[in-house]
Structure formats: C-alpha cells, structure tokens
Write a protein that binds this ligand. Sequence first.
Ligand code: HEM
Ligand code: HEM
Ligand SMILES: [Fe+2]
Length: 509
Amino acid sequence: MAILENSHFTKEKVMQYQSQLVAKPYFIAAIGLFIGQIIFGLILGTQYVVGDFLFPEIPFNVARMVHTNLLIVWLLFGFMGAAYYLVPEESERELYSPKLAIITFWVFLVTGALTIVGYLAVPYATLAAMTGNDILPTMGREYLEQPLITKVGILLVVVSLLYNITMTTLMGRKTSITIILLMGLWGLAFFWLFAFYNPGNLVLDKYYWFWVVHLWVEGVWELIMAALLAFVLIKVTGVDREVIDKWMYVIIALALITGILGTGHHYYWIGTPSYWQWIGSVFSALEPIPFFVMTLFAFSMINRRRRDHPNKIATLWALGTAVTAFLGAGVWGFMHTLAPINFYTHGSQITAAHGHLAFYGAYVMVVLTIISYSMPIMRGRVANSQQAQKWETWAFWMMTVSMVVITLFLTGAGVMQVWLQRIGDTPMSFMATQDELVIFYWLRLVGGAVFFIGLIVYVISFFIKGDITLLSPNEKLSPVETEVKSDVRSDIAHVSTEDSSEEKLGNKK
Ligand code: HEM
Ligand code: HEM
Ligand SMILES: [Fe+2]
C-alpha cells in the first residue's frame, strides 16, 4: 500500500518542522569536507612511505594540518546540523531563526574554505603575518593552527548557533536531550576560548592547550554524542523517554567526573608537578566507563524496542558508534593512559592509533548516525529504499572495518617503535626505527584506500533510488496530535505489502 514514488510527497509529510531543513546544507558540507579530509589522509599515508611524494607542493606538515583541521571543521558542521535538526523537533516548535542559521552556514563555509586555501597557498609563517597573528598570537599549535580570523569566525558561528537553539529551547518544550545537547555545545564554545590564550611559558601553553583538545573530546563533546545517540535511539526504537533520561544523567555525570581530572593524562611530561601522574592516571583510567555505559545504553534500547523502524542502517550506525567509540576511546585510550606506560608510549604511533579509532568511533560515527537518520526525512521519506540502505550498509562496514585495521597496523607499528626506540640498552634513533616500520605504513595505506572506497560508496548511497517508504498524506499528523505523538510519529511509516516481513512496523512485544 505504501511504497510510493518519492515525487508524490512533499517534505512536510514526513518532517515535523520545516525549519529542520536548515540542517541539510550543514550535512552536505560536512560530507564534502570529510572527503577532503580523507584525501589528505591518503596523501599523508603515501608520504610516510614515499618521502618526497608531492614535495614541495604539499609538505607533510601542511597536509597533516589540513587533514586534522578538516576533521574538526566537518565534525563541527555535523554537530551544528544535528542541533538545528534536533532542537526544533525536541522543542516542538520551529527554529527561532532559520535565516540566521543559513547565514551562519555560509559564514562558516567561507571561513573554512578560505582557511584551507590559505594553508595550501602560502607558507604558514606568511599566513600568520597576513592574518594578524602578531596582534594576538594563537597559531602554531597542533589542531589549533587556524589563523586568528578563522578562530574568531568559528566563535561567532558557534555563538550564533547557541543563540538560535537556546532561544528555540527556551520558547518550547525542554527535554533532557536538548538540555544535555545545549550543555555540550555551550561547553564547546567555552573551552574554545582557550584557543585564544597562548602564553609564552611552554608549560602553561600546553596546560591550557589541552583545555580545548582534551576537554572537548573527553568532556563536552561526550555530552553532544550522548544527546545525539539518545535522540536517534528514541526515534528508531520507540522506547519511552523516562528510560532514556536515567541513562543520560548517569552518562553525563560519569563523563564529567572522569574527563575533567582525566586531563591530567596529558600533564605527565610537560613540566607540571608530579602529582598529576597520580591524578591523571586514576581519573583517566575511569574514563572508559561512560563510553561503556553508552554501549550498554544503546544495546538496552535496541532490546527494549517497541518498533522496527524501516531505517535499519541508522540503527546500525547508532550501535556501531556505541561499540567503536568504546573500543577507540575506552580500550585504546586505556592502553596508554597510566603514567608508567605513557612514559614509554607518549607521542608514538600508539597515540596515532588511538586518535584515529577514537575520533572515528565516537564523533565521525555519531555524525553519520544522525545524518543517516535525518537525511531521508529531510528528503521526504521515513527511510531510504532497501537498495540505498544496502549501499550504505556496505559503506558502514568498509569504513569501520578499515579503520579498525588501520588502528591495528598503527598499534603494531607503535609497539615496535617503543620497543626499538625507547626500551633496551641500545635504543635506535627515531629515523632508523621508522625504517623498520615501513611494512606497517604500507598496510595502513592499503587500509586508508579501502576506507576511501567505503566513503565513495557512502556518497553513492545518497543517489540510489528504489522503492521508498513514506508517510501517506491522510496520516499526516496535525499539530495537536504531533504534540502527543511526536515520539511515535515514525510508527506511522509504511509497510510494503510486497515485503512486509522486512519492513513491518508497530509493536514488537
Ligand atoms: C572520543 C574520545 C577521544 C578522542 C577523540 C581522543 C583523541 C585523542 C587524540 C587525537 C590524541 C592525540 C593528541 C595529541 O596530538 O597530543 C589523544 C591522546 C591521548 N588520549 Fe585520547 N581520545 C579520546 C578519549 C580518550 C580516553 C577515554 C582515554 C583514556 C582512557 C584517552 C587517553 C589518551 C592519552 C593517554 C593520550 C596521550 C597520548 C600520548 O601521550 O601521546 N583518550 N587522544
Ligand atoms: C575518519 C577517518 C580519520 C580520522 C578520524 C583521522 C584522524 C586523525 C587524527 C586525529 C590525526 C592526528 C593524530 C595524532 O595526533 O596522534 C591524524 C593524523 C594522520 N592521519 Fe588520519 N584520520 C582519518 C583517516 C585517515 C586515513 C584514511 C589515512 C590514510 C591512510 C590517515 C592518515 C593519517 C596520517 C598519516 C596522519 C599523521 C600521523 C603523524 O603525524 O605521524 N588518516 N588523523
Ligand atoms: Fe585526553
């Protein structure tokens, strides 16, 4: 009955609030920049094994800066798109100012694009001179390489987002999801301020540098992640909010309690007092707990589910996030977080292994989860066709498995590096050690190539048509009904008579 051509329906049939659509350009930009990030990853991976690849056009340090900065920027695009999509629906009203959200999008895109062009077109020192680094020196630190104007631009963009979604929330329904998301995003803006503080004393510099780098990913971003996961899980499982709320508060409390003092695991060798070795070790050793609770939370939601949502792949992304984040952040983080171990592993390929799987498992995957859930809706359907979902499922596995493989090769390289270079009576030099690790780097490059193919398959999945599951017009919910039924709305999604076993909706238990 309900497998119908997409063109028969307009977006408002499936989407509750028109202003949610502002999320779409954010998500498209995110995916575009993600592709750029991976291309630069492949350039880096190639330079590891063919030292003068693309030299002098794109030196390693420049490619690395582009790779990591694009990562951060596209994740921010993803978080912002997610916030603009989720907050109206949770608040049960239109976004305070959709126009501001669109202007903000363009400001962010232009700022981001100009920054990357700047990195590639002029030497870094020239860029610094051109962009006012002498007024307020903020450049030159890993992840925080952006020129001052870009940093100000990011701040304005985030403040605009906060204003817009905070007003929307204040004027509408307040849920634990929006409150936690807002806390996360306000925290993100607050800690960003430390990107502007660059004391001349190197110890102080490093100390506050981690207030951005660590307190983002192991603090406030975890709140964002938990909120996005909870939102998608409520939608795809139909489980009651009350159940979610309890989990959420436990996760948030654990994340903050462990994450804040856990910053100490970056203070071991930077010139801070040695008590940080104890504080950092003890609290950061507990940091895997909130990630583990998120995994339990996701599985418990799926087990209690009251419906089988037709968007199977969004559910897979949600579960994948919970598991891979625990592996990358929890397990690979724990591996080198105790001071006596970190003494040997600090700044080695083990760090890179952990950095890759943690960023991918937690933040890349959670952004892809919300995109996977919301993009079909913004394109006028509850879920993509079976065919499109099949492509996206392939993309999920190709990207996830190859990232795990990259992590394993880097871990192998890291263990060997530590062994040859830092343990024993006749330690080898850094470069001599690197020569021994070439095979791992080749294999990492192969993993990277498969990751890239997975990403291409992911992009293709957006263009695969096929039979689409939709709401039918007579089941469009009125605003009053919407208020009551907002969480069960997707129950109305339709069942194909031809293929009811696959897409059957409604109560399971
Ligand atoms: C999703 C969450 C996480 C992300 C995205 C992440 C990412 C990263 C990245 C990119 C670095 C390298 C920083 C640099 O360049 O200096 C790093 C370092 C580190 N991370 Fe994480 N991390 C996460 C969670 C954790 C957790 C939960 C732990 C501990 C259980 C942990 C332990 C460490 C340690 C000890 C270092 C320092 C490594 C060194 O001394 O070289 N991380 N992390
Ligand atoms: C979504 C996927 C990816 C994420 C989240 C990611 C993340 C990162 C991060 C956080 C760093 C800094 C690591 C640190 O400071 O320890 C980094 C560096 C790097 N990435 Fe990626 N990356 C991804 C994909 C790739 C791919 C596909 C390749 C290619 C083979 C690659 C190759 C590299 C290389 C060679 C570096 C430099 C490591 C060094 O400085 O020695 N990355 N990436
Ligand atoms: Fe950390």
